[in-house]
Design a protein around this ligand. Structure first.
Ligand code: ATP
Length: 225
């Protein structure tokens, strides 16, 4: 278990969280657990970071602009969220670690920052570019996801996880980076893959994502063929 230095100011630091994803499309499996997480842990703000998908990977069904627009529609008027389109503004693939390094510079050395991922992302985190350095820049908050077990894919990843895990979210405010918090978020069995498949089959998706996003998908004819 990592040691937790006490803050010299005695003040409660605000905690800023980032949530990256392809969001093809954004859905309630993203939004509801994060909202609950914010309520449970007193997260002040969550910034959604839509990813740029590298050319050699399977391309999203929606364009970067359409994915960005869907994310904006999903959180319009919701003060918990904002959207940062920086990874879509460049053509080159953006690595999470590089974005986090930039965010750390922008927010200063002492501001607690967290990056939110789902359990499926944690299981394969060792495939991320420079994964072992992620905690130099932020904390990781892991949300449970139905169908994904807890055992990590490699012993090295498991050791790293065990060495940094904390069980009290309050720890995330006590230092700027370096902890992993496994959040007890509601389990929602929703994926963007399922939404794309349902659209292709002409099935209703209204329970799975916000109305405004669904209307936009329909108006753009997305994921139909
Ligand atoms: P796809 O089905 O296309 O792979 P997805 O539904 O997993 O997409 P992403 O945009 O790839 O959505 O996910 C962004 C982040 O949200 C990832 O860290 C992922 O683990 C997490 N996430 C997605 N859906 C859920 C869910 N239902 N519960 C918890 N975490 C989720």
């Amino acid at each position: 278990m990592p040691t937790i230095p006490s803050r010299s100011t005695g003040e409660t630091a605000s905690l800023l969280a980032f949530f990256g994803g392809t969001f093809d499309p954004i859905h309630f499996g993203h939004l509801k657990p994060v909202t609950q997480l914010a309520q449970n842990t007193g997260l002040d703000h969550v910034i959604l970071l839509p990813n740029n998908v590298p050319p050699h990977r399977p391309q999203p069904g929606a364009s970067p602009q359409q994915r960005l627009h869907m994310v904006e529609l999903a959180v319009e008027g919701n003060p918990l969220f904002s959207v940062d389109p920086r990874e879509l503004a460049v053509d080159t693939p953006s690595y999470t670690i590089e974005t986090l390094a930039t965010l750390r510079k922008e927010h200063g050395e002492s501001c607690p920052l967290a990056f939110i991922i789902g359990q499926d992302s944690l299981l394969t985190l060792h495939k991320w570019h420079r994964w072992g350095s992620l905690l130099d820049f932020c904390h990781l908050i892991v949300m449970a996801r139905p169908g994904y077990h807890e055992q990590l894919d490699t012993p090295e990843l498991q050791r790293w996880y065990d060495a940094h895990r904390v069980t009290d979210a309050e720890n995330l405010r006590h230092q700027p980076a370096g902890f992993i918090y496994q959040a007890n978020t509601p389990l929602l069995n929703i994926s963007a893959t399922e939404i794309r498949q349902r659209r292709k089959a002409g099935l209703d998706c209204s329970d799975l994502l916000p109305d405004a996003v669904e209307r936009y998908i329909e108006s753009q004819g997305l994921y139909r063929a």
